[in-house]
Design a protein around this ligand. Structure first.
Ligand code: ATP
Length: 234
């Protein structure tokens, strides 16, 4: 579904990605793990056209999306749930969901999709007239996922969905990610919580200072001594 080859991204003199290559197959949950500053967010931002690639290619379903505009990439079926949720704090929950549909014009389809977001997240329905900034962290994460669902993504990029959430809520969010995947959404998940990410992923890549240093099935990585020492606290 997605094939990234030899991708380089720089911010001025800082080389954030130094030639990374990876694939995400349809139906998978793939996780990118790595320490602060390894280049995880940069990777997701390059995939959705927020930061430009210096070189390399990004192929999504046989189309080279490496130099496409962000809104065109969304229309193709790739949507990011950004780090820190980034909900529109002053807008209501419902208006945040409407903002998620900004690339669409099918009014009745948008209504239906808002309804299905509310079915998935009843707490959002109860709070639909409330400014998003007044929601708890977990509710804001649900809203960020709901807003992404409004684009009907086939590939969802999730950046640190567990950040700042209490353990029970982390479990809840990871269950939601698994449900979405079972329903047919392919997932690329960036996480510092490597333990949780490896538990739900099919495959994983480990990024260190802009390079992929290890890859394998989630099971292989969970059993790797290096990974246990570096990322799983054992
Ligand atoms: P974190 O988990 O802390 O978000 P990350 O793995 O997502 O880390 P990135 O945010 O992709 O890492 O950052 C990769 C490198 O690029 C870091 O050295 C970072 O300081 C640098 N970087 C990221 N964004 C910018 C920017 N807008 N301008 C300059 N440097 C940046």
């Amino acid at each position: 579904m997605l094939k990234v080859e030899n991708l380089y991204v720089s911010y001025g003199a800082i080389q954030a990605l130094q030639g990374i290559s990876f694939v995400v197959n349809k139906g998978e949950i793939v996780t990118l793990i790595g320490a602060n500053g390894a280049g995880k967010t940069t990777t997701l931002n390059a995939l959705c056209g927020i930061v430009p690639a210096a070189s390399g290619s990004i192929i999504f379903e046989d189309k080279n999306i490496g130099s496409m505009e962000a809104h065109d990439i969304v229309s193709l079926g790739i949507t990011q749930v950004p780090e820190g949720r980034r909900v529109f704090a002053d807008l209501t929950v419902e208006d945040n969901l409407n903002m998620g549909a900004y690339t669409r014009k099918d009014v009745s389809g948008i209504k239906q999709d808002i309804e299905s977001v509310y079915e998935r997240f009843p707490r959002l329905r109860e709070r639909r007239k409330q400014p998003a900034g007044t929601l708890s962290g977990g509710e804001q994460q649900m809203l960020a996922i709901g807003r992404a669902l409004m684009t009907r993504p086939r590939l969802m990029l999730l950046d640190e969905p567990s950040m700042g959430l209490a353990p029970l809520l982390v479990m809840e969010i990871f269950e939601i990610i698994q449900d979405l995947n079972k329903e047919g959404t392919t997932i690329l998940l960036v996480e510092q919580n490597a333990h949780m990410a490896l538990k739900i992923a099919n495959r994983a890549y480990v990024l260190e200072t802009g390079r992929i240093v290890l890859q394998g099935t989630a099971k292989e990585l969970m059993e790797s001594e290096d990974i246990q020492k570096a990322y799983l606290g054992g």
